[in-house]
Design a binder for this molecule. Structure first.
Ligand code: GAP
Length: 434
């Protein structure tokens, strides 16, 4: 890892954003747990996404499906046959690698030359068994993408809603992949979260029909990065995936890549999945998955455009992009709507009961509407620094003057500017700025 990644990992551990998973047992390689601040940041990202793409739209509805689906789903989707990476093993150190990670026939672990076994294909789906008997007939899989539930539930959503094409089904949830080479903190893990939309359209009469929808989603994804994550688009690059590299279901894929400290890598993806999934599910399930046009009575299998977002990669990009150091101090310039705490409340001095009493009143009142931190340790400068490091956009100090004039000092994280604000106008003041 490099310098910035090391700093982010250290900050996350120090302040309770993200810890190594199962740490008291020596950890579990590449597993990470979100701590009290991390879960707030992650939830804020998921909530912003759900609000933007589900709540504020008329044409997209959400679902929350089971993680373990009927194994036939994965036969129909092509994952049993195709969701695999080429694997090689070093005969000397017995480490296993994705074949494409071996450069010039040198083992990346022990440096041995020409030591790798021939490639064999390795399916990335996590297997489990349903019921007490571990027999082949009981094999099931943890879903490797949330997407298939949108196809498997397509009929039920259609029958229970008044949706008309074009429309989308959205979901946020965990996905599991037995990655051969996980790494780079939360960038590639074996258990992660996705936010996905399957956006169904009528079968295109010409390429321009699906291309137009694809273009709309391309812009939506860029706007999400800029406006909702507050991430600089300078570091985002669109990568057109070639035919050879595309997933088995896709006719066109764009990856949105970010300049991570460890190199330019995929953040999100956008794919035209055609009617591949619904067609196969109709064939494998024997159920009618056609859409009936209410005007013409014509029946057909819709096609689908799929924008997909990794939640954990969103968290990582937000942390990397907002990390700043000023005079040796860390400031996380998070968009206020994403910050774990929106505001911190401090009594100027911790040993003055009248100040504590007034500050607690302000704190408890703000808590009804915002995530609020309380800090009465050390001097005010240290408390500001501590809140800057976790991205809290505003700090409120209750001082002796407050007891007389019912006003407090509000300090802005990014400008360090201080305003004197009436206590009964604090909520409005903060709401406006968050
Ligand atoms: N339904 C399409 C699909 O799953 P994908 O490109 O394989 O496409 C979508 O995954 C997104 O999920 C990626 O763009 C990335 O953000 C995230 N993702 C994929 N594998 C991941 C992993 N091992 N760890 C963390 N995030 C991952």
């Amino acid at each position: 890892m490099n310098d910035l990644m090391d700093k982010i990992v250290a900050l996350c551990k120090r302040r309770g954003f993200i810890f190594p998973g199962s740490e008291i047992y020596g950890g579990l390689s590449n597993s990470w747990d979100y701590g009290p601040l991390g879960v707030e940041l992650k939830n804020n990202i998921k909530q912003a996404w759900w609000k933007r793409f589900v709540n504020l739209r008329e044409d997209i509805v959400g679902i929350d499906a089971a993680l373990i689906m009927n194994p036939k789903v994965w036969e129909a989707s092509g994952h049993v046959a195709n969701f695999q990476d080429p694997l090689v093993e070093c005969k000397k150190c017995h480490e296993r690698f994705r074949a494409d990670s071996i450069k010039e026939e040198v083992c990346p672990n022990c440096g041995a030359r020409d030591s790798t076994t021939p490639e064999r294909m390795f399916n990335l789906m996590f297997k489990t068994f349903i019921g007490p008997a571990e027999e082949t007939s009981n094999i099931a899989y943890f879903r490797p993408e949330t997407a298939q539930a949108m196809f498997a539930d397509f009929r039920s959503v259609l029958d229970t809603s008044r949706l008309r094409l074009p429309f989308g089904i959205a979901q946020i949830g965990k996905a599991f992949r037995n990655e051969i080479t996980p790494g780079n903190f939360i960038f590639r893990t074996r258990e992660f979260e996705q936010m996905e939309i399957e956006y169904f359209i009528p079968p295109p009469k010409q390429d321009a029909d699906w291309q137009g929808v694809f273009e709309v989603w391309r812009k939506e994804m860029l706007s999400w990065i800029k406006d909702d994550l507050g991430v600089n688009l300078d570091k985002i690059h669109e990568h057109e995936i070639g035919t050879e590299e595309r997933a088995h279901y896709s006719k066109r894929t764009i990856d949105f890549e970010y300049d991570f400290p460890f190199g330019r890598s995929e953040l999100y993806g956008l794919a035209y999945r055609t009617d591949f999934d619904l067609k196969n599910h109709e064939r494998y399930s024997g159920q009618n998955l056609k859409y009936k046009d209410p005007e013409t009575g014509e029946e057909f299998i819709p096609h689908v455009i799929e924008p997909t977002w990794g939640v954990d990669r969103s968290v990582l990009v937000v942390l990397l992009d907002t990390y700043n150091e000023q005079e040796g101090r860390v400031i996380l310039k998070l968009k206020p709507s994403l910050s774990p705490y929106k505001v911190a409340v401090f009594p100027l001095l911790a040993n003055k009961p009248e100040l504590i009493k007034e500050a607690r009143k302000v704190y408890l009142d703000l808590k009804k509407d915002f995530m609020v931190a309380w800090d009465d340790r050390g001097n005010i400068g240290k408390r500001y620094a501590s809140q800057d490091e976790i991205g809290t956009p505003f700090c409120v100090t209750v001082d002796f003057q407050s007891l007389e004039d019912e006003m407090v000092t509000v300090r802005d994280r990014d400008s360090a500017k201080q305003d004197r604000v009436k206590i009964n106008e604090l909520k409005e003041y903060l709401t406006k700025r968050i």
